[in-house]
Write a protein that binds this ligand. Structure first.
Ligand code: ATP
Ligand code: MG
Length: 450
């Protein structure tokens, strides 16, 4: 009944290969649990519909609903222009250059509302490699669907009528667990090379198979990522690392040949045997935190990913005669400078990373007042968690981590007792392969409690 009615409104039935008419699925057919939809998302779609516009949930939210997962955010697609959307809500802001979108806020909750995009980006300004620079042409819903990246991300759900509109066989691909790009893969990657990273993220996170023709051009086209602005690559990398499946994503990146040459960060992370265990542990603990809904700090994440690169340089500077502490700062500078250029590490993140690294040798000083000073450090928790990862990966003796665990938890007397106990082993750098330090005059604060 309802299908017939909707078809009457939308036009004729979908024929095979015709992507202008959607396949329509009713609640009984798609099985979405309406309780998984946020009330604010419904507020937005119904306000738009009450004002006479079309409005649907779209993209990742519909995909997750179909998979029975509660979406972490809700994107909304409409035929209202950004100005028309803005007028309907008290706290709504038009943002974005490349694509204009409206942010609608309810308290802390943010909903992204996008106007249906026009089908053709032919007239849009592009760079010399074919990457679309700006495009704000609006269009019909079927054109909007064509512009989306994957079939499973191109479905629309109306919470009021509870129907799903599927223009590109997304439902079938959800059921077959297949990730398939819409259109000609080479063209779609060229238009926006970030899609190469998105393939990997979704395949790893959803545990879907990449369709053969979606997969085939990835390795060849990988270098195109180099001409994407660093800030966009960084955003996508952050999504990947904070997806709760970071480890799986990085393994998939390696499998697809996407880590090589294009992101210096990944070259380092994945091809360094010394650091592999450390990175694996760091990502596993990040994934666990994300899945438990705990906050994850990008600074900690990137500090972990790049730690062994820092260690390598730290050793080299010490071998060249630097004292440990200045050597560590020089190593941190080197690593941060290289990565900031390529990856647009934001200043705040870079400064968090430096803090975490710089704290590490301070954990070695377990005499006098020094450990008490460290307890007051604003980033103690992050530095300490980092220390524990170093212990767990075998980089340093686990005794030091246990000592700090006891010291942090201890009361006054217990702390004093710990301070009088002579530490069994101390570590200032990696336990293995530590170069012989050229001793400088005794005035230097080498900082080893011996
Ligand atoms: P997540 O659950 O990680 O947020 P998502 O699918 O919602 O996944 P977003 O980055 O939030 O991903 O994008 C929302 C939707 O916008 C996508 O589902 C897709 O339809 C469309 N989209 C996003 N980025 C692109 C892109 N680079 N090219 C084409 N379509 C895109
Ligand atoms: Mg999303």
């Amino acid at each position: 009944m309802i299908k017939k009615f909707i078809r009457r409104i939308l036009g004729t039935k979908q024929k095979t290969g015709d992507h202008t008419q959607p396949v329509i699925l009713t609640a009984k057919e798609h099985g979405i649990d309406p309780k998984l939809v946020s009330s604010n998302a419904i507020r937005v779609t119904s306000s738009l519909q009450d004002a006479g516009f079309k409005a649907f949930l779209v993209g990742g939210a519909v995909r997750d609903l179909l998979l029975g997962v509660k979406p972490k955010d809700f994107d909304i697609a409409t035929n209202a222009t950004p100005e028309q959307v803005k007028r309907l809500f008290r706290r709504a802001f038009i943002i974005g250059k490349r694509f204009q979108i409206v942010h609608v806020m309810f308290g802390q909750d943010l909903l992204e509302v996008t106007t249906f995009r026009g089908s053709s980006s032919d007239g849009a300004p592009k760079d010399e490699h074919g990457r679309v620079l700006r495009d704000n042409t609006f269009g019909e819903q079927h054109e909007d669907a064509l512009r989306r990246d994957f079939t499973i991300n191109a479905m629309y759900y109306d919470p009021a009528s509870q129907i799903v509109l599927d223009y590109h066989g997304g439902i079938a691909d959800i059921r077959n667990k297949t990730l398939r790009i819409i259109g000609v893969p080479e063209e779609r990657y060229r238009e926006d090379p970030v899609r190469l990273l998105r393939v990997v993220r979704f395949a790893a996170r959803l545990n879907f198979t990449i369709a053969p023709d979606t997969r085939a051009p990835i390795a060849v086209m990988a270098p195109l990522i180099n001409n994407v602005p660093a800030a966009r690559v960084f955003d996508e990398m952050l999504k990947l690392l904070m997806s709760g499946h970071a480890l799986a994503c990085l393994q998939q990146l390696r499998k697809e040949g996407l880590h090589h040459g294009l992101l210096p960060l990944l070259d380092v992370v994945l091809e360094q045997p010394l650091g592999e265990k450390f990175v694996r542990l760091a990502l596993a603990s990040t994934d666990e935190r994300v899945r438990e809904g705990k906050p994850v700090s990008p600074g900690f994440l990137f500090a972990s990913l790049l730690w062994h690169q820092v260690v390598e340089k730290w050793n080299a500077y010490q071998a060249a005669g630097e004292y440990p502490i200045p050597a560590l700062h020089l190593a941190a500078d080197d690593v941060l400078n290289t990565q900031t250029d390529k990856l647009a590490l934001q200043r705040k993140i870079a400064s968090d990373m430096r803090d975490i690294w710089a704290m590490q040798p301070r954990f070695d000083r377990r005499v006098g007042k020094t450990p008490y000073k460290l307890l007051e450090h604003l980033r103690l928790r992050a530095g300490y968690d980092f220390l524990l990862l170093r212990c767990a990966s075998g980089e340093i003796d686990s005794e030091i981590g246990e000592w700090w665990t006891a010291f942090i938890a201890g009361d006054g007397a217990e702390r004093e007792e710990l301070l009088t106990k002579k530490p069994v082993a101390t570590n200032e750098g990696p336990a293995k392969k530590r170069p012989r330090r050229r001793r400088k005059p005794a005035t230097a604060a080498v900082g080893k409690p011996e």
